[in-house]
Design a protein around this ligand. Structure first.
Ligand SMILES: [Ca+2]
Length: 503
């Protein structure tokens, strides 16, 4: 009798524990932006971010942890999104460039979260061409989407929303959060088009920086000496290449009062420019100011909307049991080396912002200098949700780091590969999109080795970040570094074997 009572009691206790753990599992709000590089997020302390601070995004890190060296495996939009979803390198998930269509049949972390009892949703930018899989609800743009009056698709059905893209994405995210009727925990991916080019701020922010001169990076007028041939053959120059559409107008889908407001702002700017009759370096600097102001004000729209999401969590009582993650798909050049765009293995776009708040688990105010990656996001989400992590996932969960320290065997070196994009027929043989050729390399804590091997080029670069944080002079060939270079070459081969990167 006693035994039976004990068994019944134990059964009830186990059942209660299971129910309780299901209820206690944290919600996950993953806020993900596009090209919103760390230099513009004031938590990272870069001079550019002082012009337009981001107090709401900063708050996530202040109340949780800021990762100072989160590196992407392939610094470009669609591939980064595929790495986030799968926890695998581009070669293994098949999304090597922006032209592929993502194979939505493969294992992704949203699918695994669904299986473990999470309600999942994605709102905003998707950029992977195939229909999103693993989500109970999706409302996504096609391709890049547009900044003003965007169209979101659910199961192929379009709906146009009046307003500014970043505002609309949060309107729709809040709509989903407030109207959901479920006892399950949620995982919401709120994904902004901003700050992707053409850099277009909300109309309310136009003109806010007209009287400001934004600081110019020291290496804006880079001559590309002392490195391989690759950076000298770039096609991402703000001074010469950047299309005017990135600098000024896109009237599409703007009408009436909106159009007048937009046109008025840019015609004032254009008149000032025409009057000045600028040439050479002055013209380059004018183009830089025009670009950076639009970029920073587009960033401002993100920060305001992150504030709306955090306010909602506070007001609804969800904040205590909701993990908030802020990240971008990769970093971006903001005039360093004279460039805009990404793709290169240089630090500006190799590194992406990552801030995580997890009340009661991640102590507030932490800063991590460990090498982490977008490869680690999928296993991190799975561990947060109490789901098991499949062996095929190549990243490592960041949960131990969130709890205060990295495991002793945490990575000290990191493999990177950009595959290059050739647009069939539209450009001459040998031309790579934005002039960025295929390259791979290894980033370590202090040193970085890059290998450019394409067409008739076979060149290496080696940088010492302690002496040369801006990566202006390759030390490859400097005998002082011979042992470091040899070590990183060994690491390159070891990591390629480990991650099954055949070419
Ligand atoms: Ca991007």
């Amino acid at each position: 009798m006693r035994d039976r009572r004990f068994i019944a009691f134990t059964g009830i206790w186990i059942l209660a524990a299971l129910v309780s753990s299901a209820e206690d599992r944290p919600n996950i709000l993953f806020i993900f932006s596009d090209d919103h590089t760390w230099q513009t997020i004031s938590a990272y302390g870069h001079p550019l971010s002082k012009v337009v601070p981001t107090p709401n995004i900063d708050r996530i890190g202040e109340e949780g942890i800021r990762f100072d060296r989160c590196l992407v495996t392939n610094s470009i939009c669609a591939p980064s999104r595929a790495v986030v979803l799968t926890g695998k390198y581009s070669r293994l998930n098949g999304q090597m460039n922006n032209f592929n269509t993502f194979d939505g049949g493969q294992v992704t972390f949203p699918k695994l979260l669904q299986k473990t009892g999470y309600e999942t949703a994605i709102v905003g930018k998707w950029h992977l061409k195939s229909v999103p899989t693993g989500f109970d609800h999706h409302e996504v743009m096609r391709g890049q989407g547009r900044y003003y009056n965007p169209v979101l698709y659910t199961d192929g059905e379009p709906t146009e929303y009046e307003g500014y893209n970043t505002d609309v994405v949060v309107d729709r995210s809040l709509k989903w959060l407030t109207s959901r009727d479920s006892d399950q925990p949620f995982m919401l991916m709120c994904q902004f088009k901003a700050t992707h080019g053409p850099f277009q701020p909300a109309l309310r922010h136009l003109g806010e920086l007209d009287d400001v001169t934004v600081p110019v990076p020291d290496n804006f007028f880079d001559d590309y000496g002392g490195r391989s041939r690759a950076p000298a053959n770039h096609n991402t120059s703000i001074a010469e290449i950047m299309p005017l559409s990135n600098l000024s107008l896109e009237y599409r889908n703007i009408q009436g009062e909106q159009l007048e407001q937009y046109r008025g702002h840019f015609s004032r700017a254009n008149k000032a420019f025409e009057k000045a009759d600028l040439q050479g370096e002055e013209l380059a600097l004018w183009r830089y100011q025009r670009f950076i102001k639009n970029f920073l004000l587009t960033s401002k729209g993100i920060d305001e909307n992150v504030g709306r999401l955090l306010d909602y969590l506070d007001e609804s009582g969800l904040a205590e049991n909701t993990i908030v993650i802020y990240a971008a798909d990769q970093g971006f050049f903001l005039g360093e080396h004279g460039w805009y765009d990404k793709r290169w293995m240089y630090e500006e776009c190799l590194k992406t912002p990552l801030l995580v708040r997890w009340p009661g688990v991640a102590q507030a105010g932490q800063v991590s200098a460990d090498i982490v990656s977008n490869l680690d996001f999928a296993p991190m989400f799975l561990e947060m949700a109490g789901a098991s992590i499949p062996g095929e996932i190549q990243g490592r969960s960041l949960v131990p780091l969130l709890k205060g320290s990295a495991p002793r065997n945490w990575r000290k070196s990191f493999y990177y590969k950009y595959y290059g994009e050739r647009r069939g027929g539209s450009v001459s043989e040998g031309y790579y999109n934005h002039g960025v050729p295929p390259h791979e390399g290894v980033a370590a804590e202090r040193y970085k080795l890059i290998h450019y091997k394409y067409d008739d080029v076979d060149e290496w670069e080696f940088f010492d970040h302690q002496r040369d944080p801006s990566e202006m002079k390759s030390e490859y060939g400097n005998p002082e570094y011979a042992d470091k270079i040899a070590y990183l070459k060994t690491e390159l081969e070891r990591l390629k074997t480990k991650f099954k990167i055949e070419n």
